[in-house]
Design a protein around this ligand. Structure first.
Ligand code: SF4
Length: 675
């Protein structure tokens, strides 16, 4: 954070946080002499309630830190070395446009791979002018499935992404099941609402291999093995069906496919599911009985349960519970999932239609760079993400980025691990230096963030740069927005009625169904027939072994430990991973440490056939035996050998949604000789 300047007047400017986090906080930023000196929560968004996470409090350290990119630059050393020479924006963009044209002439537009994810996450920073450029130039398309793809696909298939229970209604629930989610790290504003529910007498169940802060105060904690959630959820379904507590009236009136689901749940007795998941069968039975008998009952489906080979089916089985149990129709009852689609805004302002060009799954970046040859990837344009640190099979990704014949552009706020491999780096503005729309996917909130300070150095917004590039490539349509201000006004004009006016006037927008809808009272499934499709046939045929089925654990004798890499209080994505953090540690249960002769504080190597990571060991019962945990979002500098958990993650895909299988990493851990 910038040092306060003595004597100067300080002003507080309101804006909103668009980062990839469910909460979308309203912010009060103190600015003195054109510099950010303090960032805090404001009261504008009632869910923010005047406080924010420690990460964004320190966001000034990114804006003014030593890693900030200030000027366009071109590589002058070896790839990965990080040596660059400053150039003008004009030189940089001309060079990029020339390489685009050359790649298209030699191997077609699909030899250009745009690569982006949720690093900025606002409406303006992706899927706008950038999308027009990629579509009109005919580049490869990117399947953005690194996160939330399986849960998103399940939510879409079952409910058409019906808006779900928001934070404010948690205190109404009498039973809350937090499944594969740790709000204390990712979505901190949910915690007081859960605590309030507990104070009012609600029962809390946490299903998670880790003993999270909320698991410590839960009435029941099921520390399931990673990848087994589908079996646990099906055992609860089976209990509902066989004990006559499935809501037959609701199933008849509002669902399809209940019989097929019942069939698939039939084998999952408590004993079968508990043995597979490594939990106590009586504890599982207690959860099922609580769910059968309590209302309002709320299931919060997180993203932790999706990051494995069974992730889509797990999300299907968990999200189907309130339909089978008849838990809808009351405040505080139903399910809670991402509310990002609640606004039903499908970006009508993107004029270009999507071409039928090659679709590259972003989890396969290493393969794409090293193996794809029809056509090869000649140009890689990375923005809003840091694949060198975050994408599975890190070793292969780095090998791909080292290719001398690959022309890589990285458009970023700071010098990321990926930027070290760039041929051209372009400096991007942060959300404190530009406009963006912050859309909550926990609370249903939408706010317009405004610039609070000028851009550092020569940093430019995504809209400005893609507008400029579009013009140079000759793909900018007449009268189309070509810069940030232009685009912001254009988007405001095209938002559904009322929303744009609220945002323009400085108010947070509220959807037509209200900010806290009751499922099956205020909102209904957005499927074609407005019914819950409990057994979507299309998924049954496209899923490797069918719906609601379990694929066995990939553990072997050599690599018996499941490595998970969950969000931490410092990083829920890789954004801000550049900021210094205390020694990164692998967490291991005491039983696993003892059989390996390891002790707290040891230096260890975590390894499998894909790679290895060196770091310090923390021995604690914070994770179940047989599972070890390393934080998500680490940058390479965070570990002793510059590799992160993604070095150990296979690039296999989930059963539904083609998502990443981070938690299918199976590893061994051994002492690292200090010599
Ligand atoms: S990252 Fe999340 S908790 Fe932190 S300020 Fe942004 S929205 Fe709020």
């Amino acid at each position: 954070m910038a040092e306060p300047v003595l004597g100067g007047p300080a002003t507080i400017v309101e804006t909103a946080c668009p980062l990839d986090c469910p909460d979308a906080c309203s912010l009060a930023v103190t600015v003195q002499r054109g510099k950010v000196i303090n960032i805090d929560g404001s009261q504008k968004n009632p869910v923010t309630g005047g406080y924010i996470c420690a990460k964004v409090r320190k966001f000034g350290d990114r804006v003014y830190g030593p890693d900030r990119l200030l000027y366009p630059a071109v590589r002058k050393g070896r790839k990965g070395e990080g040596k660059f020479k400053r150039v003008s924006w004009d030189e940089a963009l001309e060079l990029i446009a020339a390489r685009f044209r050359r790649a298209k002439a030699e191997h077609g537009g699909a030899s250009i791979l745009p690569y982006s994810y949720g690093g900025s996450n606002g409406f303006l920073t992706q899927d706008n002018i950038d999308a027009q450029v990629w579509r009109r130039f005919g580049t490869s398309r990117l399947a953005r499935t690194l996160c939330a793809a399986p849960t998103g696909a399940a939510n879409m298939a079952l409910y058409g992404k019906m808006p779900s229970v928001t934070y404010e209604d948690y205190p109404e629930a009498k039973l809350i099941i937090l499944w594969g989610v740790n709000p204390s790290a990712s979505g901190i504003h949910l915690v007081p609402f859960v605590r309030e529910a507990q104070k009012r007498g609600a029962t809390l169940v946490v299903i998670d291999p880790r003993t999270t802060p909320l698991a410590r105060s839960a009435d029941v904690h099921l520390p399931v093995k990673p990848g087994t959630d589908v079996a646990v959820a099906l055992a609860i379904h089976r209990h509902l069906f066989v004990t006559g507590r499935a809501d037959d009236d609701f199933l008849r009136a509002h669902t399809m496919g209940a019989d097929r689901l019942r069939e698939r749940a039939e084998p999952w007795t408590f004993d079968e599911a508990a043995a597979l998941a490594g939990v106590d069968a009586s504890a599982l039975q207690r959860v099922a009985e609580l769910y059968a008998t309590t209302s309002p009952a709320l299931v919060r489906c997180g993203w932790g349960l999706e990051r494995n080979r069974n992730g889509g089916n797990a999300a299907m089985a968990v999200l189907a519970l309130p339909a089978v149990g008849g838990k809808f129709g009351v405040r505080g009852g139903g399910y809670s999932m991402s509310n990002s689609a609640s606004w039903n805004i499908d970006r009508p302002w993107i004029a270009a239609s999507e071409p039928d060009t090659r679709l590259v799954n972003m989890n396969h970046l290493g393969r794409a760079l090293l193996e794809y040859d029809d056509p090869p990837v000649d140009v890689l344009f990375v923005y809003n993400c840091n694949p060198a640190a975050t994408v599975p099979d890190q070793r292969r990704v780095l090998q791909g980025l080292e290719r001398e014949d690959l022309f890589t552009v990285v458009f970023e706020q700071v010098m990321t691990d990926t930027a070290f491999y760039a041929d051209v780096v372009l400096p991007a503005t942060t959300f404190l230096e530009g406009y963006d729309f912050a859309k909550g996917y926990g609370p249903i909130s939408l706010d317009l963030g405004r610039p609070v300070v000028d851009a550092a150095g020569e940093a430019r917004s995504n809209a400005d740069v893609f507008g400029d590039l579009a013009a140079r490539l000759g793909v900018l349509g007449e009268d189309e927005p070509s810069g940030e201000l232009d685009l912001m006004v254009h988007v405001l004009d095209h938002l559904p009625s009322g929303i744009g006016a609220d945002l323009r006037d400085g108010r947070m927008a509220v959807p037509s169904f209200g900010a806290s809808p009751i499922q099956f009272v205020d909102v209904f499934p957005r499927t074609d027939d407005a019914k819950v499709n409990l057994f979507p046939e299309a998924l049954e045929t496209s899923t490797p072994i069918g719906l609601y089925r379990f694929q066995p654990d990939p553990a072997t004798e050599r690599y018996p430990l499941a490595l998970i890499s969950p969000a931490s209080d410092r990083t829920i994505s890789s954004t801000l991973g550049e900021l210094s953090r205390p020694d990164v540690k692998l967490t291991m249960h005491p039983e696993d440490a003892e059989v390996r002769g390891l002790a707290d504080g040891d230096l260890v190597r975590i390894f499998n056939d894909l790679g290895e990571v060196h770091c310090t060991l923390r021995v604690a019962p914070a994770v179940r035996p047989g599972t070890v945990s390393l934080p998500k979002g680490l940058w390479r500098r965070s570990t002793r050998n510059n590799m992160t958990a993604t070095a150990l993650a296979p690039d296999t895909l989930t059963d539904i949604g083609a998502g990443a299988c981070f938690n299918d990493a199976r590893v061994q851990v051994a002492s690292l000789p200090t010599a």
